[in-house]
Design a protein around this ligand. Structure first.
Ligand code: X8Z
Ligand code: ZN
Length: 672
């Protein structure tokens, strides 16, 4: 579940924090205010000058990480105007330093005799900025201010409506999501649509800002020698942007048939539940009915899709909730005297916090079983694991390396449900990546590429098989038969396969916006065209160019590149297969659980320890034996489900058509 978020400098902050990010956010960007070094005044171009530049970037990172980290951490965990101001200043400093160093690094493009290490470091520095800033200080300030404003707008987003008593009540994202997630499948389409609209109207105010933001970043990118910001982003993969484009298309081609099968099955079930007038038999599925605000993962629909009802329950959330309630009962029993309502609220909060720690320890325990170290005491003392009762915080989960030497933290508003348990594993993947590469020079302290960073924790969650969940007491009993296998695969596919088109399209939109292929006056229509094309979903109601629906997703105002997640959802199955092979596992991939396997752990840790010190294909090869990202492991993983879907879809008319250059279709209008 995506949490509400308010982050003044998140987009920029991520540059340094690697909060939920990757190589572009390497520590080199942590470098702070930029007293322009003497070397820049009299630029030299020798190999020794290049070594000095890289050393300078490293030193700034070491010297300033903690100071900048503190500004961003406070801005996200104590949202006040003052904290925002400090974070905005930090952002501006970073932009200045980072853009200056990227520019300086270009001086060495033709320098002979660079050491391989320095040459690689320079490449990373040149590709460093996710938010390339113009060299004009006024424009840089404007860019930082817009970034701050967009983040603030996202975080402050709320939907106000009259409650049952006729009084206005305002809901934040987390509460609005509860209506759209519809886990009980009891809300009406109209109720869900109202909530969906409620959240999507919050991004209207930043539409103009996003246009200016794009212009300014493009100016910065062009000064660094890139055609546009999209080309800069696509440059971070040890191949040309055009080659990277082709790689993404190739991977998408491999997985699209699985998505199409799933889309067909889900549409059929929704059509039966809601009727032809709401969900057409053919054509697009209304985006609000898929159990997620962005229709990015659909596992909340699992009860509707369960292939073989009557097998064991895979419901982990109720076990987590029961643990939390037991905790509360214990606290209440230990309470002396008669608790007042405020005592009760305090006890409830304590129970939430205790349960959050318990869940985080479940995740830590898995990593430790593989040979990773225990998390430092400071992690437990300084992380934010539950939503505070007394203030607003950015709830969107993130992982932080505060000082490049052990002060690691996560910030996540943990609730007792399965999705949150998965997210903790995801965040600890980032944390253990940090800890594993902290010994490297700062410029190499990032993921092999950003998709690697996102894939570590998710790989671990692939070992949370029903059998594993039974062992740790989160499901009651498990059967081992084909029907049970198909059931658990369906549940996972509703997250992992369904995510793929979404994971690709978010940046397809941004890349087109950056290149000018989608013009400002078509921002929203361009967005829906891609959602229709890739996901086969339609907006719940007619949209207009007053709307800015892309801005309702955290990573757009937060300026976090998104293709990383598409790559991660492919890579994590490759990683899992490699770990399972290393562990000596022989059965079907979906049954493999590497918990406690020292050999798998060793191989994983060795990969993480390399950071971005070498091109990612070398790093991938070391773990998996192949130099290419490849979807065959995800296909292998879901083989039983794929066969089931084929059989179920026989005779059905699957697929959808997207009208060429037509405005986004409203939900009720069948696709032609
Ligand atoms: O944003 C995240 C993480 C932090 S890097 C919670 N994810 C993407 C999203 O929620 O949209 C993880 C999966 C995709
Ligand atoms: Zn992440």
């Amino acid at each position: 579940m995506m949490k509400s978020s308010f982050a003044i400098a998140t987009g920029v902050g991520l540059l340094f924090l690697a909060a939920c990010n990757g190589p572009k956010e390497s520590a080199d960007a942590a470098a702070a205010p930029a007293p322009v070094p003497a070397a820049a005044a009299k630029p030299g171009t020798t190999a020794a000058d290049a070594d000095a530049l890289v050393a300078e970037v490293d030193k700034y990172a070491v010297d300033n990480a903690a100071r900048l980290g503190a500004a961003f951490w406070i801005a996200q965990t104590y949202i006040t105007d003052d904290a925002q101001l400090l974070a905005a200043n930090a952002t501006e400093e970073q932009l200045e330093f980072q853009s200056a160093k990227a520019e300086e690094a270009k001086r060495f493009n033709d320098t002979p005799g660079l050491s391989p290490e320095t040459a690689r470091a320079l490449t990373l520095i040149k590709l460093g900025p996710t938010m390339p800033a113009p060299s004009d200080p006024a424009k840089r300030k404007e860019l930082a201010a817009i970034a701050a404003k967009m983040d603030a707008n996202y975080g402050a987003g709320q939907w106000c409506r009259p409650n049952a008593a006729g009084q206005e009540e305002c809901l934040k994202l987390q509460q609005i999501e509860k209506i759209v997630d519809n886990v009980e499948l009891k809300n009406t389409p109209a109720q869900i649509e109202a909530a969906w609209n409620g959240w999507h109207q919050t991004s209207r105010p930043i539409r103009k800002d996003y246009q200016r933001f794009t212009e300014l970043m493009n100016e910065g990118a062009s000064q660094l020698g890139f055609k546009d910001t999209g080309e800069l982003w696509r440059g971070g993969y040890d191949m040309s942007p055009a080659e990277f484009d082709a790689e993404v298309e190739r991977l998408w081609g491999q997985v699209k048939p699985m998505y199409d099968d799933l889309h067909c099955l889900v549409r059929d079930k929704l059509n039966k539940k809601y009727g032809d007038a709401v969900v057409p038999k053919d054509g697009l599925i209304p985006a609000h009915l898929l159990g997620n605000m962005w229709a990015q993962q659909w596992s909340n629909l699992y009860p509707l899709l369960e292939p073989y009802p009557g097998q064991d329950s895979l419901d982990v959330s109720s076990a987590l909730k029961a643990q939390r309630d037991a905790e509360y009962k214990t606290l209440l029993a230990a309470f002396k005297g008669k608790p007042t309502p405020s005592d009760i609220a305090e006890l409830e909060h304590k129970a939430d916090a205790a349960q959050a720690v318990k869940m985080a320890k479940v995740a830590e325990d898995f990593y430790v079983s593989l040979g990773f170290p225990k998390l430092p005491e400071s992690f437990w003392a300084k992380s934010l694991l539950v939503q505070p009762r007394d203030r607003d915080v950015v709830c969107h989960a993130s992982a932080w390396d505060m000082n490049l030497k052990g002060d690691v933290r996560i910030k996540q508003c943990i609730e007792p449900d399965e999705e949150e348990l998965t997210t903790i594993h995801h965040e600890l993947g980032h944390i253990y990546y940090y800890l594993s590469y902290n010994h490297l020079r700062p410029v190499f302290q990032s993921g092999a590429h950003d998709g690697f960073h996102e894939a570590i924790g998710d790989t671990i969650t692939l070992s949370l098989t029903p059998e594993h969940l039974k062992k740790i007491g989160l499901v009651k009993s498990v059967q081992k038969n084909d029907k049970a296998t198909i059931n658990s695969q369906m549940k996972l596919a509703l997250d992992k396969i369904v995510f793929l088109p979404w994971g690709k399209l978010v940046d397809q939109w941004r890349w087109k916006v950056f290149s000018g292929q989608i013009k400002p006056e078509d921002y929203n229509a361009g967005w829906w065209k891609l959602r229709e094309q890739y996901q086969g979903v339609s907006p719940p109601n007619a949209r207009s160019e007053d709307d800015f629906d892309p801005g309702a997703k955290y990573h757009i105002p937060g300026n976090t590149p998104y293709t990383r997640y598409f790559l991660s959802f492919v890579l994590q199955f490759q990683f899992q297969k490699a770990l399972c092979d290393a562990s000596g596992f022989k059965g079907p991939l979906s049954e493999c659980d590497v918990y406690g396997n020292a050999e798998a752990g060793k191989r994983f840790i060795e990969m993480l320890a390399l950071g971005s010190s070498q091109p990612w294909p070398d790093t991938l090869e070391k773990l998996t034996g192949t130099r290419k990202m490849d979807a065959s492991a995800i296909i292998e993983y879901f083989t039983p489900l794929i066969a089931y879907m084929k059989e179920q879809n026989q005779g059905k008319s699957c697929g959808w058509k997207v009208p060429e250059d037509a405005p986004a279709a409203a939900a009720a209008a069948p696709a032609t």
